[in-house]
Design a protein around this ligand. Structure first.
Ligand code: GTP
Length: 235
């Protein structure tokens, strides 16, 4: 196993599958199975999931809603997704703990870094909900922050493309994929990996990022074994 402790970031949209809104149960189970395989292989897994399948703060602002208000609603959306993945994982016999950046003690634990690390050491998948608890920060930023706090070796950004390309592969057919790229090259070439806050947090704390296709079965396992999967961003 190449990595012993990872933070896996999944987008909320990915949970929609082919639906236009909400959670596709089939997709949810597929993700849970991938995570279970990583967990069974002995990897300590922390998880952050977005909320865009339910609510997007930025879009709500365009419709006239106060940005901060919208962002808090988005944070609550991530808790719903976190609860869904928690339930799916536990259905497969994986022990989990959900910690939220916004206190809601009837539903989950509050975020306590040392407790999160202890849970990981005890073999529980730890899910971090409600982003970082702050408006104006994305779930990518929350994922980077939590990854650094729990001293994950790498942040894995599971997306629907299989890595970082020279241009958007969905628009430009000549685009080619990087196997590896430096933080500085990502900046200088203006490539989009994460939002800049999240990306800078990773760079400044020397946290490698791997962007990979989470929808391809076995990809996560192969990546953890050390196979070349996706694109590695490293100093
Ligand atoms: P260890 O004692 O280190 O083994 O961890 P533990 O998580 O098993 O112990 P704890 O007694 O803290 O938690 C037992 C159960 O209660 C777990 O399922 C926790 O997720 C849950 N739990 C702990 N604190 C809270 C809380 O503030 N709110 C909610 N809703 N559940 C909690």
């Amino acid at each position: 196993m190449k990595y012993k402790r990872i933070l896996l970031k999944l987008s909320g949209e990915a949970l929609m599958g082919n639906k236009g809104f909400g959670i596709d149960q089939e997709r949810l189970m597929e993700y849970a199975k991938e995570i279970k395989d990583a967990y069974d292989a002995g990897c300590q897994v922390a998880l952050v999931i977005g909320g865009g399948n339910i609510f997007r703060g930025i879009q709500a602002e365009k419709g006239g809603m106060d940005r901060v208000h919208g962002d808090y609603m988005g944070m609550l959306a991530t808790v719903i997704n976190s609860m869904a993945i928690q339930s799916a994982l536990e259905g497969l016999g994986v022990q989990t703990r959900l910690q939220s950046a916004i206190k809601m003690e009837q539903i989950c634990e509050p975020f306590i870094r040392r407790k999160a690390v202890r849970h990981l050491e005890k073999g529980r998948v730890v899910i971090f909900g409600a982003g970082s608890g702050n408006p104006y920060f994305t779930t990518d930023s929350a994922a980077a922050l939590r990854a650094i706090e729990i001293e994950a070796e790498v942040i894995l950004k599971g997306t629907r493309v299989d890595g970082i390309y020279t241009a958007d592969p969905e628009k430009d057919k000549t685009a080619t994929k990087y196997d590896q790229i430096s933080f500085d090259e990502v900046y200088s070439k203006g490539l989009e990996v994460m939002d800049l806050t999240a990306f800078t947090l990773c760079k400044e704390n020397n946290l490698p990022i791997i962007v990979f296709d989470m929808n391809k079965k076995g990809n996560l396992q192969n990546l953890l074994k050390g196979d070349k999967v996706g694109t590695l961003v490293i100093a």
